[in-house]
Design a binder for this molecule. Sequence first.
Ligand code: AMP
Ligand code: TRP
Length: 341
Amino acid sequence: MTDDNSKFTPRVFSGIQPSGGLTLGNYLGAIKRFVDMQEAGSHETIYCMVDLHAITVWQDPADLAKNTRELAAGYLASGIDPEKSILINQSQVPEHAQLGWIFNCVARMGWMKRMTQWKDKAGKNSENASLGLFGYPTLMAADILVYHATHVPVGEDQKQHLELTRDIAAKFNHDYGVDFFPITEPVIEGTATRIMSLRDGSKKMSKSDPSDMSRINLTDTADDIAKKFRKAKTDPEPLPETVDGLENRPEARNLVNIYAALSDQSADQVVAEFAGQQFGQFKPALVDLAVAKMGPIGDEMNRLMQDPAEIDRLLARGAERAREITAPILQQTYDIVGMVR
Ligand code: AMP
Ligand code: TRP
C-alpha cells in the first residue's frame, strides 16, 4: 500500500472533545491552526465537536450539552467560518459511529492495548474503564476516514492515534483488496504543538489540571491573563541570543513558544527580539499580546453563548452538509464489506 493520496480530494478533518473549558493549548495547538488551514483554502476543512468521544468517561448530561455549545462558540469566535468550513457535532452525523463499528472489526486487540492514552487514562483501574474508552481510537479513525480526509492537524499527543488510523486504513484496504481509504497524513507542526503548564514546564497545559493558574482559559478576563502570566514559573536568567539557549529551560521555552505562536513568528524571531532581557520585561509584552489576541475571542464566545438556538441551527446545517460526504462513503464501505442493501 502506498501513501499516494492524490486520487483523494484534499480534505482536512479534526476534532476536539466537548469535555469542558478551552485552554490556550487547545487554541494554539488546534483551533488557531484549523483557522489557518481554512484560510489557506487549499483543502476542504471539516471541524468537529466529538461528543461521542467525550462520554467515554462520565459526563453530566447538562454539562455535556453546555460544553458542546461552548466549544462551538469557541470555534466560531476563533474564526471558524461555517460557510468556509463544515462545523459539526459528531453525534449528529451517525456515519461516524457506523463506520466506527466496522473499524472495531478491523483493529486488533494488540494494537489497541499499546495506545498510551488508553494506558494513561485507564491507569491501574482499567477493569473499571468503559469499553468506549478502550475503543476510542477506532472511532477517531472513523471520524477521519468517513470523510476520506487526507490531512489531520492535531497536537503531539494525538500522533499515536493517527498512526493507528493509518494502520486501520491500510488493513481494511489490504483485507478487502481495495484502495478505498486514504493513508491520512498527520499535521503536527509549528511552535504550538505542545503548550506546557504555566506552573510546571514538564506537564502539558490541560483543562483537567487541578490548578487554574496552570492554564489560560479562552474565557479568562484580561486581569486573569495578566495575573497568570505574571505568576508563571520562569528562571532567573535573561532571554538568550538564540533558541539553543533555551535548552533545559522548559518554562522559559514555553513562554517564548506561546509568544511566537500568538504573533505568528518563529521562536528564533522572538528570542532575537528579546535577547538579553529579563522575564520582568518579557512578561508584560506577552501579557499585552495575549490580551490583544485572546480578549476579543473570549468576548465573542460570551456573546455567542447568549444565543444557543443560533448555535444549534448552525450545527444542524453543518450536519446536513457533512452527511452529503459521509453517507456515500459509508454506503460504499458497506458494499465492499458485503452488506446487503
Ligand atoms: P483535547 O482538549 O485533549 O480534546 O484536545 C483538543 C486538541 O487540542 C487536540 O488537537 C490536542 O492535541 C490539542 N491540545 C490540547 N492541549 C494542548 C496543549 N497543551 N498544547 C498543544 N495542543 C494541545
Ligand atoms: N482524540 C482527539 C483529542 O483528544 C479528539 C479527536 C476525536 C480527533 N476524533 C478526532 C482529533 C479526529 C482529530 C481527528 O484531542
